[in-house]
Design a protein around this ligand. Structure first.
Ligand SMILES: C[S@@+](CC[C@H](N)C(=O)[O-])C[C@H]1O[C@@H](n2cnc3c(N)ncnc32)[C@H](O)[C@@H]1O
Length: 384
């Protein structure tokens, strides 16, 4: 039996046990730790086929696992004529055809379904077909070069298949091993659209008080301090473990926070830990479905339930409500999600403004990553 067929059988077994209970990469790590017989090439292929099957979506469960894996390889240009088996002999002649022609063929011959749950929830500002099809392209790894002049790195970055996207921003194919040619403290891994949120920061100086209220491991905070060195920064998050990783990153990069606290911002009472602090600028990078990043985590797309959108909307509104109670007069909030759903984005802003006539919208945009193998973010400046 060909290796690929053995690997697909393995994919089938893993998929039986995996129900979306944790990120797929962690589940796979544990699986391969228990099953030491797989070499590194086997592991890489099995993982790629499994991710590919999830990229085909839950709507295509009527297809066999073999079909889903081979169709994924066909659509994503990863399967050449040698890879596709004899019982799919109708696919190789179409390998160099356009994506549209390939998908139309699968739709008519194999009843491939391209509609998906929550398609009707996608913002009118996003092309929903392009969004869906972007899942067949591996997202790129984006980095920002810190401190040093990006020029110092041009040669080594080119040698490792990197491309310059903006002055300090470079992209790489998804399997890149950055630590083998870059010193850790000199770069930050961050999606290009996350980096572009810096264009929406207000004018700040050393007297500015800033609060990153859902700071996570500090992606936006590091970006803020890299672009506005001297602000006074408070960071909070509901998870102590993620704040520990924020601190480790701050130490690596030589950055400092004014205050750090574990806090559930959904509970107004917990804001007491901020004592008398009020802020000029609040970053609300809220928890969300993450639908703008599902090309990186197709398992989330696969297991997602539509009712989760409304649950997130409620949490997002509570977060905005409580955060805004700590904003100084003439301050601003930056509301950010990595979702493509109207309910988590435009609707949250509208519902917030209905209760807060002292706020108005500054800029509001989708940072659309569907054609650049990047994440899609929604961003709104709320000005008081
Ligand atoms: C989108 S992530 C933030 C990502 C981060 N800003 C970055 O750029 O790396 C959202 C964060 O909100 C946190 N969170 C979720 N619910 C929360 C709550 N009720 N109060 C505070 N933080 C919360 C999560 O733990 C998560 O780290």
């Amino acid at each position: 039996m060909k290796f690929i067929e053995q690997h697909i059988q393995q994919v089938e077994k893993i998929a039986e046990g995996y129900k979306g209970q944790e990120p797929l990469h962690l589940y796979l790590k544990k699986f391969f730790k228990r099953n030491k017989k797989f070499g590194s090439r086997d592991r890489k292929n099995i993982a790629s086929y499994l991710y590919g099957a999830y990229r085909m979506g839950r709507e295509n469960r009527h297809l066999t696992m073999r079909q889903r894996v081979y169709f994924y390889l066909f659509l994503s240009n990863k399967g050449n004529a040698d890879v596709l088996p004899d019982d799919f002999a109708d696919l190789p002649p179409l390998l160099s055809s356009s994506f549209k022609k390939k998908i139309d063929f699968l739709r008519s011959k194999y009843k491939l379904r391209e509609t998906y749950r929550a398609q009707d929830e996608i913002s009118k500002k996003i092309d929903s077909e392009r969004y869906r099809n972007s899942f067949y392209n591996d997202p790129k790894v984006y980095i920002r070069i810190r401190n040093n002049s990006a020029k110092d790195y041009e040669k080594v970055i080119k040698e490792n298949d990197g491309q310059q996207e903006e002055a300090h921003v470079f992209s790489f194919p998804s399997q890149v091993k950055l630590h083998t040619f870059l010193e850790e403290k000199n770069y930050v891994v961050q999606d290009i659209n996350s980096q572009r949120t810096a264009h929406y920061f207000p004018n700040l100086n050393e007297t500015s008080d800033v609060w990153d209220c859902c700071a996570g491991s500090g992606g936006k905070s590091i970006l803020l301090l890299d672009t506005h060195k001297n602000v006074n920064l408070t960071v909070t998050d509901i998870r102590a473990s993620i704040l520990r990783s924020l601190l480790e990153r701050f130490e690596l990069y030589g950055l400092e926070v004014d205050m750090l606290a574990e806090m559930n911002i959904n509970k107004a009472k917990e804001l007491d830990v901020l004592e008398g602090r009020f802020f000029d600028f609040i970053i609300c990078d809220v928890p969300c479905t993450g639908s703008g990043t599902w090309a990186r985590t197709p398992e989330q797309f696969y297991f997602f339930e539509k009712k989760e959108i409304s649950r997130f909307q409620k949490r997002q509104l509570d977060i905005l409500e409580n955060a805004s109670s700590r904003l100084k007069k003439s301050g601003s909030i930056l509301y950010i999600t990595c979702s493509v759903f109207t309910k988590e984005n435009e609707d949250v802003v509208t519902l917030f403004l209905e209760k807060h006539s002292d706020f108005k919208i500054g800029k509001q945009h989708y940072l659309d990553g569907t054609s650049s193998q990047a994440d899609t973010l929604f961003i709104t400046q709320l000005l008081k």
